[in-house]
Design a binder for this molecule. Structure first.
Ligand code: AHR
Length: 495
């Protein structure tokens, strides 16, 4: 049994709803097929965007959506994606499968998607192969509500009002696919490019600099030293593999309990990354004005057999649900610095929320975690103290419990808890400090009998949230059992 002391009267940082952000790239079947089917498609759609996906994403309350990449962003030329679709030039998507990109999904289509699902757009600009002028014009095109050549062009293309895009990334992975730059060189480029990301309204654009890959602390040091005063956010990218080895990522299904353990251990490494990068940021920005924006995270496994290796299509199991739940709990705990994250990616790519096959769609276990956890969006973090039992595998051990609690604007408390053990259930007792009595309920996502339980097109509801049975409240104590390999969210309404 583990006892958790929840300090319900001490509100810590606010859990920025943008921690629940998503990422959509022109990669494989994410944008094309997954989101965009075109107005003439037999698949029911609104202005070319598939209705089933719109409805599922509305339900998830996606706060912010990153686009068009990823690596694709640094070879994307936005002017190719506006105007009549039949006139748009084609290009080669050199990063992802070498397939032809017809530019049918461009700025207007992306903004329409954001409008339909109620998300803020987060645009990633092209530093790797684009000019300062091109970036400047894109921002003018999207945001200028006054008279100007780009505002007129936008109106000519059917959009009179500016979109007032809030979030703008200046390049992606500039240390890698975005130009293989050194941090000193990119820091100077960031200073230059970001100067021309102009403000056209009272609300300034939130500018996000390309941050480090995983544990590249030197990158963070240089960027913060040279440019922290010109940025609002610094990104961080970290992916979880099934083996802990980048070159051999392991399979999304059919894995062993050892791989289950290794994956969750690799997930917990996110905390060390946040702590160490934040410590460097604190040196230059003690008031925490610059957000740590983890705009790519999630599982990265081998692609499904028989699929294009450049399309990064993978299944999604209860293990992915645990990876999502643990990461989100960590982001809450560090929400004084982590203000936005974007899981990769929203449909059909990597740790997706949704998988599609023709007109069919399935919601993944990761989708269900985002759905269950959305109650934490904009709530205030509460301090939760506990000593977790160990989860052991061979000579290694990690904590068995990952937990986070928050209080929302109605005073309702939510506790999200993950049992990392693949084999053992865990009894949890919450000691709610400052609460005399409460009404409690809970939802749990758990594997059927297999560790790699997942939703397929033949069996789309194999893994779905259920009511958590046996939860009890006695005065300020709430008790429940987390089944092995499960993610739960408990709702506590104080009486
Ligand atoms: O999300 C897939 C890819 O991973 C992105 O395009 C890139 O930024 C990262 O390497």
């Amino acid at each position: 049994m583990v006892k958790v002391l929840v300090h319900t009267e001490t509100r810590k940082s606010q859990i920025n709803k943008n921690i629940y952000g998503q990422f959509s790239e022109h990669l494989g079947r994410c944008v094309y097929e997954g989101i965009w089917v075109g107005e003439d498609s037999p698949i029911p759609n609104t202005d070319g965007i598939r209705n089933d996906v719109i409805e599922a994403l509305k339900q998830l309350k996606v706060p912010v959506l990153r686009w068009p990449g990823g690596c694709f962003a640094d070879e994307y030329h936005w002017e190719d994606g506006i105007g009549p679709r039949e006139n748009r030039p084609r290009m080669l998507n050199t990063h992802w499968g070498g397939v032809e990109e017809n530019n049918h999904f461009g700025t207007h289509e992306f903004m329409r998607l954001c409008e339909l699902i109620g998300a803020e757009p987060y645009i990633c600009g092209n530093v790797g192969s684009g000019t300062v002028y091109e970036m400047q014009q894109w921002v003018e095109y999207m945001n200028n509500g006054g008279q100007s050549p780009m505002a007129s062009l936008r109106a000519q293309n059917g959009q009179e009002e500016p979109w007032n895009v809030k979030y703008f990334g200046v390049g992606n992975e500039s240390w890698g696919c975005g130009g293989n730059m050194r941090p000193e060189y990119y820091a100077d480029l960031y200073r230059r490019y970001s100067t021309y990301v102009r403000n056209y309204s009272a609300e300034p654009v939130y500018k996000i600099a390309c941050g480090p890959n995983t544990a590249d602390y030197h990158w963070t040091e240089v960027l913060m030293r040279e440019a922290h005063h010109l940025m609002n956010g610094l990104s961080l990218h970290y992916y979880t593999t099934g083996t802990g080895i980048w070159e051999k990522k392991g399979s999304a299904t059919g894995f062993t309990s050892e791989e289950w353990f290794t994956t969750l251990k690799a997930t917990l490494y996110m905390e060390e990354l946040i702590v160490k990068h934040s410590a460097i940021m604190d040196k230059y920005d003690p008031d925490k004005k610059v957000g740590l924006i983890i705009d790519e995270w999630g599982t990265w496994f081998e692609v499904e057999p028989g699929t294009n290796p450049g399309f990064l299509y993978q299944q999604n199991t209860v293990r992915d649900a645990l990876v999502a739940g643990i990461n989100l709990n960590l982001f809450h705990e560090h929400s004084d610095r982590v203000t936005m994250t974007n899981i990769a990616q929203i449909v059909n790519v990597l740790q997706a929320m949704i998988l599609t096959e023709g007109a069919n769609m399935v919601l993944t276990p990761t989708y269900h975690v985002f759905d269950m956890y959305k109650v934490h969006q904009d709530a205030h973090l509460l301090e939760s103290q506990y000593v977790s039992p160990s989860y052991k595998m061979g000579d290694e051990e990690i904590p068995q419990l990952s937990l986070s609690s928050s209080v929302d604007h109605e005073g309702h408390i939510h506790v999200s808890a993950c049992n990392l053990s693949h084999a053992d259930s865990l009894n949890v007792e919450l000691d709610l400090q400052g609460i005399e009595d409460a009404v409690v309920s809970g939802q749990v996502l758990v594997s059927s009998d297999k560790l790699d339980a997942h939703n397929s097109f033949d069996n789309p509801a194999q893994v779905a949230p259920k009511e958590l049975q046996g939860i009890t409240a006695e005065k300020g104590n709430v008790s429940f059992t987390l089944p092995a390999a499960s993610v739960a969210v408990i709702k506590i309404v104080p009486k």
